[in-house]
Design a protein around this ligand. Structure first.
Ligand code: PXP
Length: 248
């Protein structure tokens, strides 16, 4: 049975839209854990568009499950990882202009680079996962660079038509088998929703699913009615005593 890593980037997206202090991804990570999250995933992007360095530091100090740091394979990020020591690092490709992580890493063409980087993180006792498309030569390359995990990109599966889903699931199954045969553990994620998660969760050998957007979206849906009711109550029946003194 797969475990669940909850990606909380989108909570920070809402906060950063106003550059204020709420919603706070650190506080809400605690609620995700209460709900059963087996891990908390954050992507510290080069442009800091959502998660900030301070969030990462506070999450390291407060969460009780596992902290999975998604990051680009850059010197800056490696130094941050070596300092924060997350429970695992997931290396992802990153382009400034993308809305979210688009394709998987090209490990095949950068074997020496990734081998050094993976070893550097592992030498600091940080296991490494590589976010890749479910493609044989990328999986073989991840084995060659001695990554601990691959995270299989489920975006194509999520976006495929109803009739295409069978094929995309077969690709994920084949990729999972190959990785495990090569001694690489398997996670998966991207684009998974309440409607499409079950066939992926049923794939034997996938250890963890990393899911973000749909969970944050659902939390707005299930929480909005209560949030409005609470605000309405304050407006309809405001108290008269304020900590800063009575109104004139
Ligand atoms: N895994 C990786 C590597 C990602 O980059 C993302 C998106 O940040 C996710 C999983 C979660 O994707 P989603 O938000 O679509 O659930």
């Amino acid at each position: 049975m797969a475990t669940l890593g909850v990606n909380i980037d989108h909570i920070a997206n809402v906060r950063e839209a106003r550059k204020t202090v709420e919603p706070d991804p650190v506080t809400l990570a605690f609620l995700a854990e209460l709900g059963g999250a087996d891990g908390i995933t954050v992507h510290l992007r080069e442009d800091r568009r959502h998660i900030q360095d301070r969030d990462l530091q506070l999450l390291r100090e407060t969460i009780r499950s596992r902290l999975n740091l998604e990051m680009a394979a850059t010197k800056e990020m490696v130094n941050i990882a070596l300092d924060i020591k997350p429970d695992m690092v997931t290396l992802v490709p990153e382009r400034r202009e993308e809305i979210t992580t688009e394709g998987g890493l090209d490990v095949v063409r950068q074997i020496v680079f990734f081998k050094d980087l993976v070893r550097k993180l592992q030498d600091a006792s940080i296991p490494v996962s590589m976010f890749i498309d479910p493609v044989n030569d990328q999986i073989e390359a991840c084995s060659e660079v001695q990554a601990n995990w691959v995270e299989l990109h489920t975006g194509k599966y999520a976006e495929s038509s109803w009739t295409g889903k069978h094929y995309e699931i077969a690709r994920l199954v084949e990729a999972t088998c190959l990785a495990i045969n090569l001694g690489v553990r398997v996670n998966a994620g991207h684009g998974l929703t309440y409607q499409n998660v079950e066939p992926v969760a049923a794939i034997k050998g996938i250890e963890e699913l990393n899911i973000g957007h749909t969970i944050v979206a659902r939390s707005i849906s299930v929480g909005l009615e209560r949030a409005v009711r609470e605000m309405k109550k304050l407006i309809v029946n405001p108290r008269k005593d304020f900590p800063f003194g009575p109104l004139q």
